[in-house]
Design a protein around this ligand. Structure first.
Ligand SMILES: [Fe+2]
Length: 142
């Protein structure tokens, strides 16, 4: 390709969307870890901090794949509003929506990364982790 990349624009666009979403997720979880109140803070602060760290790691992994493909990684988080609240149930609902959208994004990437087995395996590992987060949040919201 003329711009020196060896990946399709569609793949790079979807990887950048996933990266932007992970950066948003990191901020969302750090924000909720800071604001969660009451007795639930005991469990949910460390839970949100762990999820923030996982989102940062996912973002790092996606960024590295974009670099490997010769693309330019976005530096902007997704602009979707992070709802400010001190209500832990709202926090968990917003986290659930965030993980669901992340999982959808990785499904789209997996659908078009079949020929690149390293990319596919890496994205599949993240996708499994997103699925586990969704299951965990489903239990927490029950
Ligand atoms: Fe993630």
């Amino acid at each position: 390709m003329s711009d020196g990349t060896n990946a399709s624009p569609d793949l790079l666009e979807k990887l950048n969307a996933a990266l932007a979403w992970e950066m948003r997720a990191t901020v969302l979880y750090e924000h909720y870890a800071a604001y969660v109140k009451g007795i639930h803070r005991l469990h949910l602060k460390p839970f949100f901090e762990t999820e923030a760290a996982e989102s940062t790691t996912h973002g790092r992994t996606v960024r590295e794949q974009i670099v490997k493909l010769g693309g330019v990684a976005t530096k902007k988080r997704d602009a979707t509003e992070i709802v400010h609240t001190t209500d832990y149930k709202v926090m968990l609902q917003e986290a659930f929506k965030t993980e669901q959208k992340a999982a959808e994004g990785y499904e789209q990437i997996l659908a078009i990364s079949g020929e690149d087995s390293e990319l596919f395996d890496t994205m599949q590992q993240i996708s499994f982790q997103e699925q586990r987060s969704i299951e965990e949040l489903t239990q927490l919201l029950d």
